[in-house]
Design a protein around this ligand. Structure first.
Ligand code: DOR
Ligand code: ZN
Length: 428
């Protein structure tokens, strides 16, 4: 047994925010109380620390199979646990991509032995080509958690409409990367003065807004639950707010990078700040924060997108791939961007990183409740630290945040009742 003593337990589901003890037996929480004594338990002293549900990231890329020089299921899981995550949802843009049951089941099988829960989405279209639907029925039967072609948009509205009809009949959600290729001159940098100065066309905010509006209308028609992934534009937030008011079952995500950085950072961070959809203006960034605060945006996700150094070294103009790692910096960046300046309370940030992602996929997770899985993230909200490349567990180090001072540090990650990560002492 494991007894966690004197931590500030914050649980968004039960609206708990109090100094409590938690007793764990095997993989379950068996008691939560002001004072618990248990002779047979190992004690973890959580004085001055926050005990939150294990973080859940609905959007990561573990590159396995096919791009394991960037990340593997193992290194990805190690990065996740170091970031306080106990559940992550992998995108399907691997090689081969996850458009069939064999690839899905291979990943699921290998994920069983990992220290945290690694769940896998399947593709909406064959080869992620946006033309023909995958066999969504058999992929559901094989246990996929949801569907997405993340990395690329689904351009053809008829294909999208049919996909939503099928997904709705299966009671499954679709997650959508919204960038209309017709309006993307070049990917990864916002169209505007910064892109101009680099001599590239850039990706217009219109690319995201137009297709976001289209897909919300298709979701309204079909009743399908959708997730508009990694929002970047302020006007997209306005569109979603409107669509939610119409009753569309639309959920949204935002990343710490879009909450923290703007297109200006491309000038200093180079290819490490190249991401799809791109970092945009300060006005966009503030509207994303406003959207999170008023509930238009439901979830904070990382879009953890590892790329090798030699790939990023090609430079923005000459073909560096888009994306950045994020699992190990997400909590600290989110607290620093949202709580430190007073936009949100720590419990509200926790809700966006635990309960809401769980609710989107209807997972029985994201809460600290007796009888539920003992998946916890224990962190110090006041510890200041400087993000250092040497600390990364991910196989790739493509982060524009190296050298940045942040506040809030994961101290322990507990998954299935086991301490799988401790900041001061590595746990296998
Ligand atoms: O920048 C990105 N990189 N955005 C995506 O949607 C995909 C990701 C990747 O797979 O590298
Ligand atoms: Zn992604």
């Amino acid at each position: 047994m494991l007894l966690i003593k004197n931590g500030r337990v914050i649980d968004p589901k039960t609206k708990t925010n109090a100094i409590l003890d938690i007793l764990i037996d095997e993989d379950k929480i068996i008691k939560i109380d002001e004072h618990i004594e248990e002779e047979n338990a190992d004690v973890l002293d959580a004085t001055n620390l926050i005990v939150a549900p294990g973080l859940i990231d609905n959007h990561v890329h573990f590159r396995d199979p096919g791009f394991t020089h960037k990340e593997t299921l193992e290194t990805g899981a190690n990065a996740a646990k170091a970031g306080g995550f106990t559940t992550v949802v992998c995108m399907g843009n691997t090689k081969p991509c996850v458009d069939n049951v064999e690839v899905l089941q291979d990943i699921q099988k290998r994920a069983e032995s990992l220290p945290i829960h690694v769940l896998q989405t399947a593709n909406v279209t064959l080869g992620m080509k946006g033309k023909e639907l995958t066999n969504m029925v058999s992929l559901k039967e094989a246990g996929t958690i949801g569907f997405t072609d993340d990395g690329v948009p689904i351009s053809d509205p008829k294909v999208m409409l049919e996909a939503m009809r099928v997904a709705k009949s299966l009671n499954m959600p679709i997650s959508l990367h919204e960038e209309d290729p017709a309006l993307v001159g070049s990917a990864g940098v916002n169209a505007g003065p910064i892109a101009d100065s680099l001599g590239i066309a850039g990706a217009s905010h219109l690319a995201e807004e137009t297709i976001t509006a289209r897909d919300c209308l298709l979701a309204k028609e079909t009743g399908c639950r959708i997730d508009i992934q990694h929002l970047s534009s302020g006007t997209s937030v306005d569109i979603i707010r409107f669509m939610k008011n119409l009753g569309v079952d639309v959920w949204t995500e935002v990343t710490p990078q879009h909450l923290t950085l703007t297109e200006e950072d491309v000038l200093t961070q180079g290819a490490n700040a190249k991401v799809n959809p791109p970092l945009r203006s300060e006005t966009d960034r503030m509207k994303l924060i406003e959207g999170l605060v008023d509930g238009t945006i439901d979830m904070i996700v990382t879009d953890h997108a590892p790329h090798a150094r030699e790939e990023k070294d090609k430079g923005i103009v000459h073909g560096a791939p888009s994306g950045m790692i994020g699992l190990e910096t997400s909590l600290a960046l989110s607290l620093t961007a949202l709580v430190e300046p007073g936009f949100m309370k720590v419990e509200d940030v926790i809700e966006k990183m635990t309960l809401k992602p769980a609710e989107f996929y209807r997972m029985d997770k994201g809460t600290i409740t007796v009888g539920k899985d003992a998946d916890l993230c224990i962190f110090d909200e006041n510890e200041q630290w400087i993000i250092s490349e040497a600390d990364f567990h991910s196989k790739s180090h493509n982060s524009p945040f190296i050298g940045r001072r942040v506040k809030g540090r994961v101290r322990y990650t507990i998954c299935g009742g086991k301490i799988v990560y401790s900041h001061n002492q590595e746990v296998a």
